[in-house]
Design a protein around this ligand. Structure first.
Ligand SMILES: *Cc1c(COP(=O)(O)O)cnc(C)c1O
Length: 412
């Protein structure tokens, strides 16, 4: 039983080394935003950046801006910045397309499989798009064997027939973290490769892709990178793999020399091969602005604060949750999780809707999961205290039973 008071948490907020960064984000009054793991908030400076891109670069510069404003360099320029954030080198990351499409390109670059290595191993219960994309690799190579295994069986299944592991570093529901270094090493020992999905880790914690010898990775621009709804995603390919592999969607921007307009496709021998068509400049501009902000932060401090935020919420909700039938989805210590936590309740959807109505925004995942993410650069300890108390009030008053909260929205 915790004895922590709101007054003590006010002191934590004052002493918080990240406190000053909250003002860099637009957070509506009356809202406690615990869903930055689904859509990061709008950085203040992004408004000006988009105004400039729209009015000056597009409006005035028109097509000249491909050169003059370096639009053409944006996918690699922003990629290099993301590289810095995830422990990669310049020239190893490119920004383009969506996470789903990038996963297809990266995993597809390993096909058709040669010799006996035909098995791709994934975690059962991973984010559906990752599973769908891996399943659709069969359209490139019908001989590929897809194994979806529970987490604890994955390493034992890696053998001489394994081509690659496709894993999500932080699980979207449970928040569980894979040991990136250990999984990469043990996979390499068997001669297989590892491709990580960093959707819930990039921008949320320190990452060291090259120290962990990661082969390939993808990640999302609109979650912790705060690039805006549907922001372009990123792909990482370690330098050692870049020239050897060929991704399956050969478009003109992935050509060695797009403006030579040659008849046949000659793939670029570097990261640019992972472009397909014309990059979306508005999306890239917003993403660059979000990443620029993160580069000013010490990711170790971000992670430390997130652990405290998650731990505090778990503790506060733990005090009353059981009495209302609320159970922790995965009762792990915060160190083993990403910057999120989740609670289960049979009426989780209604409770989450009632919470959102009261300004506490988390989200709901089937079948009964209420998910809360903690963006350390802008979440205060007192926000966590208030959110837990509002949740307590919603449960105590049974407000969530109102019929309006039972109507399903198409996005949960
Ligand atoms: C958010 C998320 C995605 C999103 O993929 P999109 O192609 O951007 O829609 C993919 N995988 C994981 C694990 C995610 O959390």
């Amino acid at each position: 039983m915790t004895t922590i008071t709101r007054a003590e948490l006010e002191v934590w907020d004052v002493k918080d080394p990240l406190a000053a960064h909250r003002q860099d984000y637009i957070l509506p009054k009356g809202v406690i935003y615990l869903d930055g793991n689904s859509l990061g908030p709008l950085p203040v400076q992004t408004k000006e950046r988009l105004r400039k891109t729209l009015e000056e670069e597009w409006g005035e510069g028109l097509i000249r801006s491909w050169n003059d404003a370096d639009w053409v360099g944006a996918p690699t320029r922003v990629g290099d910045k993301v590289a810095e954030l995830i422990g990669a080198e310049a020239g190893e990351v490119i920004v383009s397309d969506s996470t789903s499409v990038n996963l297809f390109k990266l995993a597809g670059s390993l096909l058709p499989s040669e010799g006996p290595r035909r098995k791709i191993i994934c975690e059962k219960g991973n984010f559906p798009t990752d599973q769908y994309i891996v399943q659709s690799l069969k359209s490139l190579d019908n001989g590929v064997i897809i194994k979806e295994l529970p987490r604890e069986e994955i390493l034992d299944a890696v053998d001489e027939e394994t081509l690659a592991l496709v894993l999500t570093h932080v699980h979207y529901k449970t928040g569980e973290i894979f040991d990136m270094e250990m999984f990469s090493r043990r996979t390499h020992e068997k001669g297989a490769l590892v491709l990580w999905d960093l959707c819930h880790s990039a921008g949320a914690m320190p990452l060291a892709l090259n120290t962990c010898n990661v082969d390939m990775a993808v990640g999302c621009g609109y979650k912790y990178l705060n690039g805006g709804p549907g922001a372009p995603a990123f792909s990482f390919i370690a330098k050692r793999h870049q020239a050897k592999r060929r991704q399956p969607i050969g478009g003109w921007f992935g050509h060695q020399d797009p403006f030579a307009f040659t008849e046949t496709y000659e793939p670029a021998q570097n990261i640019k091969q992972h472009l397909v068509g014309t990059p979306g400049i508005l999306g890239l501009a917003a993403l660059e602005s979000g990443v620029d902000l993160l580069l000013k932060l010490d990711m170790t401090k971000v992670r430390q604060k997130s652990l405290k935020l998650v731990g505090l919420f778990q503790e506060l909700v733990g005090e009353f949750g059981n009495g209302f039938g609320l159970t922790a989805l995965y009762p792990l210590p915060p160190e083993d999780c990403g910057n999120q936590t989740a609670f289960c309740h049979d009426s989780g959807y209604q409770i989450m809707r009632a919470l959102i109505k009261k300004g506490v925004i988390g989200d709901f995942r089937e079948p009964n999961i209420m998910r809360f993410g903690f963006g350390a650069p802008y979440t205060r300890y007192t926000d966590v205290w208030d959110a837990a108390n509002i949740l307590n009030a919603v449960l105590t008053t049974e407000e969530w039973k109102r019929p309006e909260f039972s109507q399903r929205h198409s996005v949960t």
